[in-house]
Design a protein around this ligand. Structure first.
Ligand code: GYE
Length: 310
């Protein structure tokens, strides 16, 4: 006898399920893309998605999760703005037997409180950025300024650690200023202005930003200070959003580490398999990270150059 499970195509088990998604906000182009992709993935799969934008406040995310639990949703997606403070609300979801999947960031909580985390290796991303800088400056003295992501978020903690690990043996490279720009363009520009004022553009060799949006804001500040971003001050960041590809194509930035905005696809596949026959995923489902530089023969930069008449 062939069981019903075998006859039902994978993907069908998620149809008509209700999933609550607590999204951080829309602080960066990457985050906006993640929201778009998540909604598209839900629609394609016939999932009823309840979307809550927290305006980057943890208390709004906790409120949203409590609302989803009260509604009795079938599952919860959570992109946790910071890594701590989740235990009690995750316990409430567990008590209600509602599986929680983390998207793009991790939490400091016992891992039995969530089904899995779908994220990139954010330490590795920092290492890739750091290694690119070590190889590029090749022994030349280099004072680096760093724009950190949201304080207390797992990517900010990890990307700082990964970058420092990569430059640890390069005594010629030093981080001389490091401050959060909260992953936004506006803050990236303001903080970069303060770095330029404090250090002098001529004394800064490179900017490492934990995401492209802060780098794009900082590029504006570098130009307004009369320096050439991508040349006088090297620019390396993470996300590979279109505006960063454009900056690289224009020679105003040098490198970025790609981060897919499609974390929801793997999450919905995991839920589908779970609803089909109780299959449980690994505790961490990792997405790929790939370096993009002007030297890469990659389509996005080629298209941008063509678009710019290069
Ligand atoms: O790099 C940034 C967003 O959590 C990894 O959050 C994500 C980061 C991403 O604000 O653009």
């Amino acid at each position: 006898l062939v069981s019903a499970v075998a006859l039902t195509p994978l993907g069908a088990w998620a149809a008509d399920k209700t999933v609550g998604f607590s999204q951080i906000g829309s602080e960066s182009g990457w985050r906006a893309a993640e929201t778009t992709v998540t909604k598209e993935q839900a629609t394609e799969r016939g999932i009823n998605l309840k979307f809550a934008d927290a305006q980057q406040k943890q208390e709004n995310q906790i409120k949203a999760l409590r609302g989803f639990i009260a509604q009795g949703v079938d599952a919860i997606l959570l992109a946790p703005v910071v890594a701590t403070g989740w235990d009690s609300v995750l316990e409430e979801a567990q008590d209600a037997e509602i599986p929680v999947i983390l998207l793009d960031r991790k939490v400091d909580a016992p891992d039995d409180l969530y089904m899995t985390a779908v994220t990139s290796d954010t330490v590795y991303e920092g290492e890739v950025a750091g290694k690119w800088l070590v190889d590029t400056v090749a022994g030349k003295d280099c004072s680096v300024v760093e724009l950190q992501g949201t304080t207390g978020s797992s990517p900010a903690i990890d990307r700082k650690a990964g970058f420092e690990k990569a430059i640890a043996d390069a005594s010629n490279i030093k981080i001389v200023r490091s401050q959060t720009g909260d992953f936004t363009r506006a803050q990236g520009k303001v903080v970069m202005e303060s770095f330029l004022k404090a250090e002098g553009a001529e004394n800064i060799c490179a900017l490492y930003a934990h995401n492209d949006d802060m780098a794009v804001g900082a590029i504006q500040a570098i130009k307004e200070a009369g320096a050439e971003p991508g040349k006088d001050i090297l620019v390396v960041a993470i996300d590979a959003v279109p505006d960063m590809h454009l900056a690289i194509a224009k020679g105003e930035a040098n490198a970025t580490v790609e981060l897919t905005p499609n974390m929801a696809g793997p999450a919905f596949d995991i839920l589908d398999a779970f609803w089909a026959d109780g299959t449980l995923p690994e505790k961490w489902v990792q997405t790929e990270s790939k370096l993009f530089t002007a030297e890469d023969d990659n389509q996005a930069i080629y298209d941008m150059k063509k678009g710019l008449g290069y």
